[in-house]
Design a binder for this molecule. Structure first.
Ligand SMILES: [Fe+2]
Ligand SMILES: [Fe+2]
Length: 363
């Protein structure tokens, strides 16, 4: 694997290397019962579904600004300014740059999230008490390394534009990696972060449907991620409904609510605004308050909510918090074991189509 890093990833101010301290038990399973059939089946599936990043067609030219220009019928400012109602109208060069930066920001956070998943799944291999889950998690570690590889290559070789990790994403990843309880690693990574990522990948693929290389990458990654989320649901099944004390359950509820708040209200693009020289405070307020942007962030929970419900974590306390964030609308959806279908929610599709056609009614 060799590629040209046209623009290496910017390193955070804190430095290139970051250590997250953690104390947890590594568990041997001397019984090797291997009788968790669904996990074993998922492991088999995972092994045969593996792919090689080198097989993608990396020779393709990628020009995101050109795509945005053509997509808008040569009028990029019209749809942007009318539909997204930015704090002030942007000119053509700014709109095209905004498109490029926003896309690079999303993909960069995917990359950093993938590295978090790589570390978290390695931790699951050590912590989880059953051999079947260790097998699958080990398979997932290899998937995550490949995901880091493809996003890194795409960002540095093809896009030539990237961002350091978002501070709030980093906080969430640190929390997951430093927790000593094995189920929290799962809950944080497999259910919350990967559940959200699945929806975000669907969004990315729709946004960049004219760009074949990123569509190929995203389709492959999504197929892997759908298995990873199912792995989380299968492993945690029954744990929160049968085996936990009220106090322990309360800690899980707190974690779910905190992580949801962080992912819905704090994962914002301030890095893009800063780089473009926009008034960060004003644009952040815009990201939080514009119905269009709110709609986007909300839809990212379309897979997380049914999965939490299946695990028995949509408790009265969590429900109350989700009611406020208007996330209960997804509770009737199918969870990741019932339905591996990873199509973005219909609402999202509608919103994107309207955006593309420059239809201000959607705002
Ligand atoms: Fe991944
Ligand atoms: Fe994953």
């Amino acid at each position: 694997m060799q590629f040209d890093q046209r623009n290496p990833l910017p390193v955070p101010e804190s430095g290139a290397l970051q250590a997250v301290a953690a104390r947890f038990d590594s568990s041997f399973d001397w019984q090797y019962a291997l009788d968790r059939r669904e996990l074993m089946a998922l492991y088999e599936k995972g092994k045969s579904a593996s792919w090689n990043a080198s097989d993608l067609d990396w020779s393709q030219e990628v020009d995101v600004e050109k795509i945005a220009f053509l997509r808008s019928g040569g009028e990029p400012t019209g749809a942007f300014n009318a539909l997204l109602v930015p704090p002030h109208p942007l000119d053509e060069a700014q709109v095209l740059d905004f498109n490029l930066q926003m896309n690079a920001w999303m993909l960069s956070q995917f990359l950093h999230g993938e590295q978090g998943a790589l570390l978290a799944t390695a931790k699951i291999v050590q912590q989880v008490p059953w051999e079947e889950a260790k097998f699958y998690a080990a398979n997932q570690v290899a998937d995550e390394a490949r995901h880091v590889e493809v996003y890194h290559r795409y960002l540095t070789e093809k896009l030539g534009c990237s961002f350091e990790v978002n501070a709030n994403l980093q906080t969430l990843l640190n929390d997951i990696l430093s927790d000593s309880r094995w189920d929290m690693t799962y809950l944080g990574m497999q259910i919350m972060v990967e559940g959200l990522a699945l929806a975000a990948f669907g969004l990315q693929r729709m946004l960049m449907s004219e760009e074949p290389l990123i569509c190929d990458i995203t389709t492959r990654v999504m197929a892997d991620e759908a298995r990873h989320v199912a792995f989380g649901v299968l492993s945690l099944e029954g744990l929160y409904t049968r085996e936990m004390s009220a106090g322990e359950l309360r800690e899980r509820e707190d974690f779910v609510m905190e992580a949801s708040y962080l992912m819905r209200e704090r994962l914002l693009m301030e890095q893009v605004f800063e780089r473009m020289g926009l008034d960060t405070e004003r644009w952040l307020r815009w990201s939080l308050e514009t119905p269009f942007m709110q709609g986007f962030r909300q839809m990212l929970f379309s897979k997380v909510v049914p999965n939490l419900k299946r695990l028995g974590l949509l408790t009265p306390r969590v429900r109350q918090a989700y009611e406020k964030l208007d996330l209960l609308r997804y509770e009737g959806g199918k969870d990741s074991t019932e339905d591996a279908e990873i199509a973005p929610p219909a609402e999202l599709v509608k919103l994107l189509l309207e955006m593309r056609q420059g239809n201000p009614a959607a705002a």
